[in-house]
Design a binder for this molecule. Structure first.
Ligand code: ADP
Ligand code: MG
Length: 261
């Protein structure tokens, strides 16, 4: 397990999970050419859930969460996000993207724009938010991720942890209802991991629906209400964290956990 200690101060009882469905994936399959990358995926995510997805490299974790905002296209089955089905209707794709924020391993900030400009660009040009309001919103979220003083710097002038927090703030500026994280800390030096996880914990405490691909098992134990293990393009096992870590059912899960814990 990561040496990172997450203090057990997160009171998960305060985190509300509603019975409203945020994401429904049914019998979903995806191929890259002839390679069958995702097999028979069934997954219902309720609003307010904090799901951690783990599994060996190449098991399809990134592809699965990229399908949820149509960065990848599935070929069979159904994905419904916030009541909108993802299919070839581009209006639906637009609608879903407006509700789903995504944070990647490599922060993907625009290097030639300041931190503030990174945060205001899409709200102004895609959402037509008036500039003044977009700036206020950006400053609000930069304060939330605790780097308002970096607003006028360029990404290259920030540490990796700070850049990732900007990426999170930039996503939040689009006011998403769901956040997807794809190994958001795996490109960071150890001393920067905690500051990013702390930001994510805060989001979780506010009730954000989150799916996070990560191998930070301390984070999974402290924050997730459900841990999903994937292997070979399938969901092999899922459970609430305590049960998942203490009493894994499948051999694949046991083998995986023995390697990382
Ligand atoms: P993970 O995130 O669990 O490491 P990925 O979803 O990135 O796994 O990849 C799953 C499998 O799909 C891997 O074998 C990978 O090589 C393959 N893959 C990913 N993206 C593509 C692509 N664009 N074209 C072809 N194969 C891909
Ligand atoms: Mg991946």
């Amino acid at each position: 397990m990561s040496t990172l200690e997450i203090e057990p101060t997160v009171d998960t009882s305060k985190m509300q999970i509603s019975d409203e469905v945020a994401i429904q994936i049914a019998d979903m399959n995806k191929w890259f050419g002839t390679f069958h990358v995702l097999r028979d995926i069934d997954l219902t995510v309720y609003r307010g859930e904090r799901i951690v997805i783990c599994g060996p490299s190449g098991s399809g974790k990134s592809t699965l969460i990229r399908c949820i905002n149509r960065l990848e296209e599935h070929q069979a089955g159904q994905i419904v996000v916030d009541g909108t089905e993802l299919n070839s209707d581009l209006k639906n794709v637009d609608k879903v993207r407006s509700e789903v924020g995504m944070v990647f391993q490599h922060f993907n900030l625009f290097p030639h724009l300041t931190v503030l400009e990174n945060c205001t660009l899409a709200p102004i040009w895609v959402r037509k938010v008036p500039r003044k309001e977009a700036v206020e919103r950006a400053m609000h979220f930069l304060e939330k991720v605790k780097i308002p003083e970096q607003a006028d710097k360029y990404p290259g002038q920030l540490s990796g942890g700070q850049q990732q927090r900007v990426a999170i703030a930039r996503s939040l500026c689009m006011m998403p209802r769901i956040m997807l994280f794809d190994e958001p800390t795996s490109a960071l030096d150890p001393e920067m991991i905690k500051e990013v996880l702390d930001t994510m914990i805060e989001l979780a405490e506010e009730g954000m629906t989150m799916i996070c691909v990560t191998h930070e098992m301390g984070f999974a134990q402290a924050v997730a209400n459900r841990v999903i293990f994937m292997a070979d393009g399938q969901i092999v096992e899922q459970n609430e964290p305590k049960e998942f870590f203490n009493n894994p059912k499948s051999e694949r899960t046991k083998q995986f956990l023995s390697q990382i814990i």
